[in-house]
Design a protein around this ligand. Structure first.
Ligand code: PMP
Length: 383
């Protein structure tokens, strides 16, 4: 097969060649069964093995404490925006959210149908003030609000943040500690859709994380939920009255994600990606590579007067890098020429315009080198 172009799409996104080749080789006959995984019973021993191996690898990669379990659900992160309040607001309707951009806004909007939503902090207002000793000039939704500004209700059922805003390119460099926010008993919930497995994360500080699989894990449709089952059982014994059974975390947990037919093929693909990640050296190695890739791209953009970025340096995403050209008329040409150079899907989201390069785990360093080389040439020709 000829070398494939580099795919910078935000999700569904690039997967490692070796994973796709393995899936292709096993497509008609998995493990001598004469069946594709797609054709297997989700309750048979073959799929049981595939499912359990994927869960075990995922847990190892995340260095997950024994207090936590993983659920495989469906409906994407968008469904979780409703499933989460349906599950955690059974007794206490108060839920707090931090608003850092497009995806946290969606979560906030959905939760309003179920609970008493309080926005504990927002990055909506542009800031030019000195914050935490450094002078900052941050545009609207171009930063993570400093924790000193957060007002979390100490009796909220949970606090929700979006760990990485895929569209705005804003990532929490680290997650908040609830005690430091004056809310030691409030569980922390993180939308991890676009940076799961991209860096080390301490799950002892996170009570629930969720996301769609289509960025760092595998096919869309599969949704992961990582939750502290001890907290769930002790503090959230029942969901809201009208929570559908298939969305009830307790029921899905009890049935080991086999309450109904799961996304079997997507789970198999996720398992292959987890195996690849372990072969690469796990999350620590991904973090090193992702840091190196993002540093190369940001340093190229920073060194140029032609390209512009908008996000405060401390909150720059290592996964999604939005950037802008000096003249709107150049975008069609940029996209046409980058595509011809084998660099695909660099168009920014319509909500913010511009360009965006997504650098998920499966994007090799060589892809970023090719992008940077294209950026320099384009700048030379059009500056
Ligand atoms: N949250 C974040 C951070 C996302 O990036 C996305 C999708 N790009 C979503 C939520 C929505 O996910 P889904 O399409 O899986 O419902």
């Amino acid at each position: 097969m000829a070398a494939r172009p580099y795919n910078f799409a935000p999700g569904p996104a690039v997967l490692p060649d070796v994973v796709l080749e393995r899936a292709a080789a096993e497509m008609l006959d998995w493990g001598g069964t004469g069946m594709s995984v797609i054709e297997m019973s989700h309750r048979g021993t073959h799929f049981e093995g595939i499912h359990q191996a994927a869960l075990d690898r995922f847990k190892r990669l995340l260095n997950l404490p024994t207090s936590h379990s993983i659920l495989f659900m469906q409906g994407g992160a968008t469904a979780q925006n409703a499933i989460l309040p349906l599950n955690l607001l059974g007794q206490n309707p108060k839920c707090d959210y931090v608003h850092t951009g497009h995806w946290s806004a969606k979560s906030i909007q959905e939760a309003k149908a179920y609970g008493d939503v309080h926005v504990a902090a927002s990055a909506e207002a542009a800031r030019g003030a000195t914050i935490n000793g450094t002078s900052a000039d941050w545009p609207s939704f171009g930063y993570v609000p400093p924790e000193s500004d957060w007002q979390v209700r100490a009796d909220a059922a949970y606090l929700h943040i979006c760990g990485n805003e895929t569209i705005g390119g804003v990532e929490y460099p680290e997650f908040p500690e609830m005690a430091g926010l004056g809310a030691p008993n409030v569980p922390l919930v993180v939308d991890m859709s676009s940076h799961i497995l991209s860096r080390r994360m301490d799950f002892s500080q996170i009570d629930l994380a969720y996301g769609g699989a289509q960025k760092n894990i595998g096919p869309s449709g599969l949704t992961f939920v990582i939750l502290n089952h001890e907290v769930l059982q002790a503090r959230f014994p029942a969901p809201m009255q009208h929570c559908p059974t298939v969305f009830d975390y307790r029921r899905v947990l009890d049935q080991n994600s086999l309450l109904n037919t799961p996304s079997t093929f997507a789970i198999y693909m996720a398992g292959l990606v987890f195996e690849w990640l372990e072969d690469q050296g796990g999350v620590e190695q991904m973090e090193r590579e992702n840091t190196r890739k993002a540093a190369l791209l940001y340093s190229t953009l920073d060194a140029s007067d032609f390209y512009k970025t908008r996000v405060a340096k401390a909150a720059r995403s290592r996964m999604n890098v939005p950037f802008y050209l000096p003249d709107d008329r150049l975008y069609p040409l940029f996209l046409e020429q980058s595509k011809a150079a084998g660099l695909l899907n660099l168009k920014g989201h319509k909500a913010v315009g511009g360009l965006r390069a997504s650098l998920y785990n499966a994007m090799p360093f060589e892809g970023v080198e090719a992008l940077v080389s294209f950026l320099r040439t384009f700048e030379r020709e059009h500056a």
